[in-house]
Design a protein around this ligand. Sequence first.
Ligand SMILES: [Zn+2]
Length: 188
Amino acid sequence: MLILMHMKELKIVKDNNSLLRLKSSDVTLPINKEDEETILSMMKYLKNSQDENYRSTHPNVREGIGLAAPQIGVLKKMLVIHFFREDEEVTRALVNPKIVSKSAKKCYLKSGEGCLSVDNPHEGFVFRDFKIKVEAYDAIKKQNVSITARGLEAIVLQHEIDHLYGILYYDHINKMNPLFAPEDFIQL
Ligand SMILES: [Zn+2]
């Protein structure tokens, strides 16, 4: 039987691989075909990961809402996020994302964060800026974008941008007091 695959199956780099600790390079714009295909295949992977039927036939695939290029072994500043906020789909494929401003207000996920590259649980809160402004090139919209993100979207973007600098979410957890949070931090 011959199976033709347009895109090879992406393999997620795990946190035992030091590649995840390296800093990614800027992508040259305008984006070339190869980089465009890479980021679109990342989006495809992420959407598939949210499909229960797909996961049932791909047992190594875990559900995610964000993915950064280093996680597929590509050290370039590219990330994708995809999730639903009420009825609205949040879908972004960002190239060279840059946080240009952030709020003083902090937030965190009550359940802690997770990561497709991290199989072992790391209990503890990860404090993030509640509101950020990000500038980037969006490979789906095919234009430069300026995004004001709050709450979950801000958290996911900060998590993925961290990957572009070799930072993992558990680096932020206070080892001495992992489940302490100041009262004025917003719990999501
Ligand atoms: Zn991650």
